[in-house]
Design a protein around this ligand. Structure first.
Ligand code: MN3
Length: 245
């Protein structure tokens, strides 16, 4: 693979396995309170911030009532932001102590709160008092191409969303390998990824990745794989993601 093809492949792979790449969310956050993020505001110290609603709490009445929106944004979403910051802080503390015992529990918290934070940030800007109607332009054309009609698309999105078991989300994504639109449903927020995060390095721990040689000794396989990681490739992707934010 020549270098250009390789770079393009790495780029495409990253976007696709990330599942959902968030566009700029357009939150009106003062520039001096955030650092280079597309709508998911980050403070100077790297902690996450609750993005302000882009409209008043009563602006979506009567469809979404003021009390619901006030609680949803000010309490529930804020709790995800706080939970994410707390989990990352606890991870940093454990790292300082060289203690990995808490890491498995904490990474689940990062996935849960981080995904909750990102999905809510997108949810607010998916809504508007001026919303409703049907999509137009390129999006409308893409929906027609994929689903046949807006009515069919809506029926499928509603069916998927209504059928989420327990708590979760109906989600429309643009799948970057082909550019096509895909309807997904997430249980909880994550199971177990952060939507919008773009992977830089992955380690397959399905047994098919190691069982023939390592049998049940997954840890030996994981230890060994560090001998063959292409950090230059990881660095290329790291730099590419840096240009997005
Ligand atoms: Mn919610």
């Amino acid at each position: 693979m020549d270098e250009l093809t390789r770079r393009d492949w790495l780029r495409a792979a990253g976007v696709a396995t990330g599942g959902l790449v968030l566009p700029g969310l357009g939150c009106a956050v003062a520039a001096d309170t955030m650092v280079g993020q597309a709508g998911v505001p980050v403070a100077e110290d790297g902690s996450y911030l609750l993005p302000p609603l882009p409209y008043a709490y009563n602006a979506l009445e009567p469809h979404i009532d003021e009390e619901t929106l006030r609680t949803h944004h000010g309490k529930h979403h804020a709790a995800y932001v706080n939970g994410l910051n707390a989990a990352l802080g606890a991870l940093a503390g454990a790292r300082t102590k060289g203690d990995t015992s808490a890491v498995p529990g904490l990474v689940k918290k990062v996935a849960f709160h981080g995904s909750g934070h990102v999905l809510h940030s997108l949810y607010w800007v998916n809504l508007s008092p001026k919303g409703g109607g049907e999509p137009e332009g390129d999006l409308a054309a893409a929906i027609r191409r994929e689903f046949g009609s807006y009515a069919t698309f809506k029926k499928e999105l509603v069916a998927a969303t209504n059928a989420v078991e327990g708590s979760g989300w109906g989600i429309l994504v643009r799948e970057p390998w082909s550019g096509r639109l895909v309807i997904l449903a997430a249980e909880k927020h994550e199971n177990f990824t952060v939507w919008g995060a773009i992977p830089l390095l992955v380690i397959d721990v399905w047994e098919h990745a190691y069982y023939l040689k390592y049998k049940n000794m997954r840890a030996a396989y994981v230890d060994a794989i560090f001998n063959v990681i292409d950090w230059e490739a990881v660095a290329t992707r790291h730099a590419w993601v840096g240009k997005l934010v």
